[in-house]
Ligand binder design. Structure first.
Ligand SMILES: *Cc1c(COP(=O)(O)O)cnc(C)c1O
Length: 442
């Protein structure tokens, strides 16, 4: 049996079902963000593809598109990964959306973060006449454009991965790049950014404090663009493009998604921007056939805390008795994004939480069974389907939303959000810890 909690005292892992879930069509009819906004973001990324290919030769094979694979998990691995009894085959199939392997930034932050830097770049480039609308964006890697960008700063506050995405992209274009890192940020991430020429400012405080400081610093500088992870609609739309890409990937694999073939997606959640952008896009594309679940560490369940308290904007995990101490650095966020919360309030199916010991056990299992290198934050996703399929509240949700034999035709996607650039020594230490956490699996 697996352990659902660390030896230290702390909140127990749980599955929470959203009592305010409403039909997607009703909610989206009132939403101030439209599918057309996400399609517009997709078109902007396509305009930049030739430039991205020029800046990052590893994107050549994908024609400048930053995208990850959708990997099927064989049934003989899926059952043990989800801790289901061998006889249980009524739950559909499992796939991994491999954002841990996204090129350039190595995490899900490549989607929103790089998109926001490109949107800012396009605005500046048009303003300064560096490109004409519909012109050749590859020219933005040339000296005249770089001279303009060098007079501007792009900055961000982050626990690590958003800084990697923003810092690497901005520095590659020739911007000055400043990142404000919270206490959780790993040394190797700071080292990698400095090697790219990024100005790394280290803060002793948490993520919310790092964002706040960065925002203030940029406000006083007209030549600076601050990527606001708590408030940015641009980031949100960049993340949302993942839904359009996933629709294509599912179709290419012959996987139907409709009310008779439900789609369950499990997304690790920090401040909420990335998972909410993707979930919002999926609800736009698939409506009520898509069931979106967030997964958070037991110590840093800020989105769950906000969802539980609809009348308390700004409520923190500290208010709810959690300490925000987790090895899942990408998820160590004390307060949820209000933008993400507002969009998810009636569209999110629910939230699962996972203890750190479970994250490490799943990190090791994903490596040993599937050959994947994911970071602890990404491994959180697996707790979603495991809890939905085995806890009483999950079973009640499924009886209502996937009645009859539709569950047997379901597709479950665990969104694996980061890991590509974790240094080998660090990954080996994660693995050792994960294998020790569940001896039966090692
Ligand atoms: C940032 C991050 C997330 C969650 O994204 P938010 O927008 O913070 O909710 C999940 N996994 C990893 C690895 C991340 O870096």
């Amino acid at each position: 049996m697996r352990q659902d909690n660390d030896s230290q005292a702390g909140p127990m892992a749980e599955l929470w079902v959203n009592p305010d879930l409403r039909p997607a069509a009703d909610v989206l009819a009132e939403a101030d963000i439209r599918l057309a906004d996400i399609e517009d973001a997709q078109a902007r990324l396509a305009r930049f593809a030739p430039l991205l290919t020029r800046l990052f030769p590893e994107l050549r094979a994908a024609d400048g598109q930053i995208e990850s694979a959708l990997l099927p998990v064989p049934a003989q691995n899926a059952g043990p990964l989800l801790a289901l009894p061998p006889a249980r085959t009524d739950w559909g199939r499992l796939l991994v959306k491999a954002d841990h392997d996204l090129p350039v930034a190595g995490s899900i932050k490549a989607r929103g973060g790089i998109y926001e830097v490109l949107a800012y770049t396009e605005r500046l480039a048009l303003q300064h006449g560096l490109i004409a609308p519909g012109g050749d964006y590859a020219a933005l890697a040339d000296a005249p454009a770089r001279r303009v960008f060098a007079r501007h700063t792009v900055s961000v506050g982050s626990t690590g991965n958003l800084a990697m995405s923003i810092g690497i992209m901005a520095a590659s274009l020739g911007f000055r790049a400043t990142v404000h890192m919270s206490a959780e940020a790993r040394q190797w991430k700071k080292d990698k950014l400095r090697a790219h020429g990024v100005d790394v400012i280290e803060h002793a405080g948490d993520y919310a404090a790092a964002v706040h400081t960065g925002r203030l610093a940029a406000e006083n500088d007209p030549q600076a663009h601050f990527v606001d992870d708590e408030r940015s609609l641009t980031l949100f739309l960049g993340y949302g493009v993942a839904a359009l890409r996933l629709r294509e990937q599912l179709a290419a694999q012959g996987i139907a998604v409709d009310v008779r073939h439900p789609l369950f997606v499990y997304l690790p959640c920090g401040v909420g921007g990335a998972p909410a952008g993707i979930a919002f896009g999926l609800k736009q594309v698939f409506g009520d056939a898509a069931h979106c679940w967030f997964v958070e560490p037991t110590a840093a369940a800020c989105f769950l805390t906000r969802m539980r308290h609809p009348d308390r904007p700004g409520i923190s995990v500290y208010d709810a008795g959690m300490d925000n101490v987790t090895e899942a650095d990408g998820l160590a966020v004390p307060v949820a994004s209000e933008l993400a919360y507002a969009q998810m309030r009636h569209l999110l199916s629910g939230v699962a939480t996972a203890a750190d010991a479970t994250l490490f056990a799943d990190l090791a299992a994903l490596h040993d069974m599937q050959g994947l290198q994911v970071e602890p934050s990404a491994a959180a996703a697996l707790s979603g389907p495991r809890m939905l399929l085995s806890h009483a509240v999950g079973e009640a949700y499924l009886r209502e939303h996937a009645p009859g034999d539709s569950l047997a035709r379901a597709t479950h996607i665990v969104w694996s959000t980061g890991g590509r650039f974790v240094p080998p020594e660090e990954f080996q230490a994660f693995l050792a810890r994960g294998r020790a956490a569940v001896p039966a699996r090692a």
